[in-house]
Design a protein around this ligand. Structure first.
Ligand SMILES: [Zn+2]
Length: 493
């Protein structure tokens, strides 16, 4: 269904600083690029929030009937410490520390990234390209920028000439910075510096002999600059001009500003029509940071194995909590906030379980069509999920009133209410009904208790054929039983 034909979607565009009406380049199609993770450590909860925000955006476009090509990269080379042009590659550093290959680091943390996002019910992107898989494309872009005279080679490295670029372009237009201010606020270059100006950034870095991640290039062995990979991969899969580019707020400068400069320098075109930035997550009112211990990983929230929260929370509750804030607002995670979200989540799931069972009558006390339009208005206003969720609870209130015979609903309205509610909760917000899985695990526990009892009785009667059969067949199903001093327990692989 091409719902988008009836909806006017506005997107807060960081480039214009206002909410712009979304007009895709190709009717019915959306091209969206989001900066993915640098895979050198377990994925951070703050990063999960960013990817969840763009997952919701991806889902809403799909819900509206757009064909979406969503590209989200994996940074597996070129990202140096402190996001700077000097220092160690984050992945190579970790590899040295753990005495493994850089690609083992990449593999380990890519798997962690995918597993975690899957637990949060994120849809996979349409394409997930890697920086190391696009070295040739990156070298080609550097050649083009050199040909235009907007980059220069120095001692085997290639730098982007920001001052020269700024003569005919506006460096700083995305982040709202002025080049003159940047120049007065930075340190002078020293004689050893290869850069002509401190604002210049690396397109290609010469690899020192000890640098493990290196590729041949026209300028000698080296590796690409971090900003370049996103220009190469977005252009390759979405074209020189595409609809949406997203990422965390912290990437606006210099990363995204440099992406614009590289693309404009090489193609002469503005690469992106709508720049979107998702805001950060704080923990108990403070910035999350590994060094201050004000930090929590997704797995620690799900298991309850942490010193910050009073109990475990399911991925669906955490996702619901995240969706209760607008993606451009700072969101603070705390035990109180998660407890409140858990209550809200349970009420919503209960209503979803009840909506199909509602009795119908000739007329409706609840104007479902008007309610549905308000839900769309919320989403069309720059993906305003908190307003959408407030509307969903408006529906919950009516479902409960109808259930208690204090209101009535017609059969037609009931169908519309049920299908819209499910579409917004499951398809758009991506919130799973895990109360169903809770029932499943209760059933499993019951069946396992019964099997363990039968096995123990068989063993007491020295009927080892039966007890071994139960154990062996469970192993085949991926269930291990373990006899301990406190009785028999089981675990599912
Ligand atoms: Zn990027």
């Amino acid at each position: 269904m091409q719902l988008y034909k009836d909806q006017t979607l506005r997107i807060h565009n960081s480039l214009t600083g206002k909410k712009d009406v979304f007009e895709p380049i190709n009717e019915g199609h959306v091209g969206m690029y989001v900066c993915g993770p640098t895979v050198y450590s377990n994925v951070h909860l703050g990063n999960c929030r960013t990817f969840m925000s763009f997952d919701m955006i991806f889902r809403y476009f799909k819900h509206l009937g757009y064909k979406v090509r969503y590209v989200r990269n994996i940074t597996d080379a070129g990202h140096l410490e402190n996001d700077a042009d000097e220092g160690e590659d984050k992945i190579a550093k970790k590899a040295k520390l753990e005495q493994i290959e850089p690609m083992e680091v990449v593999q380990r943390y890519t798997v962690d990234f995918h597993n975690t996002l899957q637990q949060f019910n994120l849809l996979p992107p349409s394409i997930e390209p890697t920086a190391t898989g696009h070295i040739i494309e990156q070298i080609e872009i550097i050649k083009e920028i050199l040909e235009k005279g907007l980059a220069y080679e120095a001692n085997g490295s290639v730098y982007f000439d920001v001052i020269k670029f700024n003569e005919n372009h506006d460096y700083g237009k995305l982040s709202g910075r002025k080049l003159e201010d940047m120049i007065t606020n930075t340190r002078e270059l020293t004689a050893q510096d290869e850069k002509r100006n401190p604002q210049d950034f690396a397109l290609w870095k010469k690899a020192e002999p000890q640098h493990i991640m290196r590729w041949p290039s026209p300028w000698g062995d080296g590796f690409p600059g971090w900003h370049l990979e996103c220009t190469a991969m977005s252009t390759k899969y979405l074209g020189e001009n595409f609809d949406i580019h997203g990422g965390g707020m912290d990437l606006k400068f210099p990363h995204h500003e440099c992406e614009i400069a590289q693309a404009e320098a090489s193609t002469g075109k503005s690469p992106v029509n709508y720049w979107m930035h998702a805001n950060m997550l704080t923990l108990n009112g403070r910035k999350m940071s590994k060094s201050t211990d004000n930090n929590i990983y997704p797995a620690e929230i799900f298991s309850g194995n942490n010193n910050i929260l009073s109990k475990p929370y399911t991925p669906a509750v955490v996702r619901f909590f995240m969706m209760q804030a607008h993606y451009t607002s700072i969101l603070d995670l705390s035990d109180d906030a998660l407890q409140a979200s858990e209550k809200g989540y349970n009420r919503l799931m209960e209503a979803l379980d009840n909506v199909d069972k509602l009795k119908t009558s000739g007329k409706s006390d609840f104007d479902v069509k008007a309610w549905q339009q308000k839900c769309y208005e919320a989403m069309n206003d720059d993906f305003n999920t908190p307003i959408l969720i407030a509307q969903l609870f408006e529906a919950v209130k009516h479902i409960n009133l109808i259930k208690e015979d204090n209101e009535t609903i017609s059969a037609e309205d009931k169908d519309l209410l049920a299908s819209s509610l499910k579409a917004f909760v499951y398809d758009v917000l991506g919130i799973e009904n895990q109360s169903l899985t809770k029932d499943d695990s209760n059933t499993l526990n019951g069946v396992m208790e019964l099997l363990i009892d039968i096995r123990n009785e068989a063993r007491a009667k020295k009927d080892f054929a039966t007890s071994d059969k139960i154990r062996d067949q469970l192993v085949e199903l991926g269930i291990q039983i373990k006899d301990g001093k406190d009785g028999t327990t089981f675990s599912v692989n």
